[in-house]
Design a protein around this ligand. Structure first.
Ligand code: PXL
Length: 291
């Protein structure tokens, strides 16, 4: 019995996830969603902020403080304290110079058998976000190659593979992108924002072990919003870190994100993010059932 309890404790207790992304004071994105969502999984959520912004970059005149100079010393401190992370999840980076710093964090601060998850946050709807130069995709690709799982949207996947971005496409287009990413050396792939019909939106996954492509769809709501990629990625990372499969984690993340979008539909003035906060109890209930 003691052995079983010990095994259980090793599996579920004291797990730490480190997330490396910006903090935007207003915007319902990045660390402001990662912290509450990942905490719902009972995981200790640790952070290295890459930048501090007043808002995300879809606002005008946002402030931006690059934390480049702090990143190495923070990670050195964790190493000195022998603090290692079971998952490292990266999102929005302040600039391309941070990429090599984060590559070294992957080596220095990861626990034995730790998982690396990279969301190559840089673009959406066919366009790079404000502030990123055209060579950013080439650089972030290096980080993607270190990851056990990458979580690009279709625009980001196109930029990583030099594929032409289309907003109307078929299954062949999506699977070609997944195979191009795989051939470039990516392991598990979770491609978000996939839709083959008016009423359904979801995710396509490529499983590195089974070599299978799977799909999971939820209802498509008439709302295009910011921050949904971060909500999806945070929920995926939580589920994957408690050892749910790639496909189960993607399905949970898709359900939760879809519910958060649905919860925002009636608030027509809310343009910059989605109201995920009221849906955290729903997420906790779903996680209880999963465990
Ligand atoms: O949601 C992705 C994201 C994160 N952080 C900042 C952003 C964006 C998207 O625009 O601007 C600062």
């Amino acid at each position: 019995l003691i052995a079983i309890i010990k095994l259980y404790m090793e599996e579920f207790m004291d797990k730490k996830i480190l997330t490396i992304q910006d903090i935007s004071g207003v915007g319902q994105c990045s660390l402001a969603v990662a912290l509450p969502i990942i905490s719902c999984f009972g995981l200790e959520t640790c952070v290295i902020p890459t930048a501090v912004l007043s808002t995300h970059t879809a606002f005008k005149d946002f402030t931006f403080k690059d934390l480049h100079d702090d990143i190495s010393s923070i990670s050195d401190h964790y190493q000195k304290e022998k603090i290692y992370f079971d998952t490292i999840y990266t999102g929005y980076l302040g600039n391309k110079k941070q990429i090599s710093l984060i590559e070294s964090i992957f080596h220095k601060n990861i626990a034995k058998k730790g998982k690396i998850i990279v969301d190559p946050v840089m673009a959406d709807n066919g366009k790079l976000y404000t502030g990123f130069s055209d060579d950013f995709p080439k650089e972030i690709k290096k980080l993607c190659l270190c990851a056990d799982v990458i979580i690009p949207n279709i625009t980001e996947a196109c930029l990583l593979t030099n594929e032409k971005y289309k907003d109307k496409y078929d299954q062949e287009y999506i699977e070609n992108i997944l195979y191009k990413l795989k051939d470039a050396g990516m392991k598990n792939i979770v491609l978000t924002g996939v839709s083959f019909s008016k009423n359904k939106l979801g995710v396509a996954t490529y499983n590195h072990i089974t070599k299978k492509i799977s799909y999971y769809f939820t209802k498509k709501h008439p709302l295009i919003s910011h921050g949904t990629g971060d909500i999806f990625a945070s929920c995926f990372c939580g589920a994957y870190s408690i050892n749910k499969s790639l496909e189960e984690s993607a399905a949970l993340a898709a359900d939760f994100t879809s519910n958060c979008v649905k919860n925002t539909l009636s608030d027509k003035k809310h343009w910059y993010g989605v109201h995920f906060e009221e849906k955290l109890p729903y997420l906790i209930n779903k996680i209880k059932k999963l465990k």
